[in-house]
Design a protein around this ligand. Structure first.
Ligand code: DCT
Ligand code: MG
Length: 491
């Protein structure tokens, strides 16, 4: 157990509380106390002097002025028993922290904001109780993806991959609600700045229920999750995954084919009662190419082709890459482009002309043009719509270049969208994804701000007005959200 008799010297004034006696206290709201137990006397002295030299106030005793207790190597239970014996109580501005908070603060040269992962939780207190002061520290992870910064640097891939398999399997079974719960849990883990070190760290994370935590526990103990292994070997899951990997085949069609006893592409193609639509036909025809990820280099090559065609039909139009590549991904299942036209009406004529041009260049393998059904008078809409109303097209293009197949081209899926100019910011935001980020932006707008957001508009229900935006920044500002860069939207 901890020694009960820690130095109980009379507390000195903060300014005088350091060994050197000449350092200036820069951070008056913070008074540190380093727990000697396990850290050892000499390391404690060293760290205390280091902190003082950087302008921190360090108290040698656990006085009433201490705001940040820092401990290294102590079990939470023992530490907390001792702290409580000393009469220490956690409040909203008194924290008990891992040494990681201290070292990060030393590197930063200032006290870094306290995050959930820094806390040493008191095991005797119900962690889920909101009354607990550390249940809601200022920097708590938000339950909304649009309030988290999620880069592609996922430190918890081992857990998120498993949770996404569970989500996908539920989607294949038509259980959208439970599937979304797993997707949200995976998304929260993707936003963490480092790998989870222990299950306790999940205690204060949003969207992680008992079920998710049990899976995380199993993976951290066994390296894998038995339920996930079972799914990966499950015939239904494997078949659904195979069938829905075909362009034009959604979960409904995939399920229909599975229920009819079909298990392979060969069986589907040889089944006389199945009539593939145009999209599915193209999907099978170019399956080998379009099931292969598109690289960033290939996306850049396509941008030049798309730009050339767009400028040829309308010299004042511009093309920007959106979707996953705008978020910094190295590979994608397709390449998404958004076209900006400066004059009203041009958005309706540009895509048919661009498609014609691709045709004349003999690089058009498939096209599905969807004309605009956009009508501001029919907005805002309260029901969720999977597709927006802008003029858009889903294409398969020929991209020239030597291939492993021996051919000098490959087929690539390309999406183009052309919104009216005054809708550009909303469309760009919507098409930049990720899907979960977009979903949470809309949910946040509705539940937290009383506003309706979609790919076309932002509508304020309180004033019954549409809120204008020229840029994505304008939309975040209307929602009272910090701006999240595209590369931080990989939720
Ligand atoms: N989107 C949308 N409405 C849809 C589908 C998608 O607004 N009905 C948005 C969300 C993401 C973006 O468009 C691009 O979609 P995808 O290409 O499917 O996603 P991605 O993030 O680009 O992923 P990938 O890298 O696999 O292409
Ligand atoms: Mg994409």
């Amino acid at each position: 157990m901890f020694p009960t008799a820690l130095p109980t010297r009379k507390r000195r004034r903060p300014e005088a509380a350091f060994a050197g006696g000449c350092e200036e206290v820069k951070f008056r709201d913070v008074t540190l106390f380093l727990v000697e137990r396990r850290m050892g006397k000499s390391r404690r002295n060293f760290l205390s002097n280091l902190a003082r030299s950087k302008g921190f106030c360090v108290d040698d005793a656990l006085s009433a002025d201490v705001t940040h207790v820092v401990s290294e190597g102590n079990a939470a239970q023992e530490l907390w028993s001792w702290l409580e014996e000393q009469g220490f109580r956690e409040t909203c501005d008194k924290h008990v922290l891992h040494i990681s908070w201290f070292t990060e603060s030393m590197s930063a040269g200032r006290p870094v904001p306290v995050e959930i992962r820094h806390y040493i939780q008191n095991p005797a207190v119900d962690q889920r109780s909101c009354a607990h002061p550390s249940a809601k520290p200022e920097s708590a992870v938000s339950p909304y993806a649009c309030q988290r910064r999620t880069t592609l640097n996922n430190h918890n891939k081992i857990f998120t991959d498993a949770l996404e398999v569970l989500a996908e399997n539920l989607e294949f079974c038509g259980n959208q609600g439970p599937s979304l719960a797993f997707r949200r849990a995976a998304s929260v883990l993707k936003s963490l700045p480092e790998a989870l070190r222990c299950l306790e760290e999940t205690q204060h994370l949003p969207c992680l229920g008992e079920h998710c935590r049990a899976i995380i526990e199993e993976i951290s103990e066994c390296g894998s999750c038995s339920r996930v292994e079972e799914i990966l070997n499950d015939e239904r899951y494997r078949t659904m995954k195979l069938f829905s990997s075909v362009f034009g085949v959604g979960p409904k069609t995939a399920e229909n084919w599975f229920c009819r006893g079909l298990r392979t592409f060969e069986q589907v193609l040889n089944e006389p009662s199945i009539r593939l639509n145009r999209m599915q036909t193209a999907g099978f025809l170019f399956y080998e190419d379009i099931s292969k990820p598109v690289s960033r280099t290939e996306a850049s090559a396509l941008k030049i082709i798309v730009e050339e065609a767009v400028i040829c039909v309308n010299p004042s139009a511009t093309v920007s890459i959106t979707g996953g590549f705008r978020r910094g991904k190295e590979f994608g299942h397709d390449v998404d482009f958004i076209i900006k036209t400066p004059e009203a009406g041009q958005e309706d004529t540009i895509l048919p002309a661009v498609i014609e041009r691709f045709k004349s260049q003999s690089i058009l393998l498939y096209s599905d043009l969807q004309e605009s059904t956009f009508d501001l008078r029919q907005l805002p809409t309260h029901r969720f719509e999977a597709m927006d109303h802008f003029s858009k097209c889903f294409l398969i293009l020929k991209l020239k270049g030597e291939q492993e197949t021996g051919r000098d081209w490959r087929a690539v899926r390309v999406d183009l969208v052309a919104p009216p100019l005054e809708r550009y910011a909303y469309a760009l935001l919507g098409w930049s994804g990720s899907t979960l980020f977009e979903r949470d932006l809309r949910r946040f707008a509705r539940l937290e701000r009383g506003k309706l957001l979609d790919n076309h508009v932002l509508y304020d229900k309180a004033t019954n007005t549409f809120l204008p935006a020229n840029t994505e920044e304008d939309i975040f500002a209307h929602l009272g959200l910090e701006y999240i860069e595209p590369w931080q939207r990989n939720a």
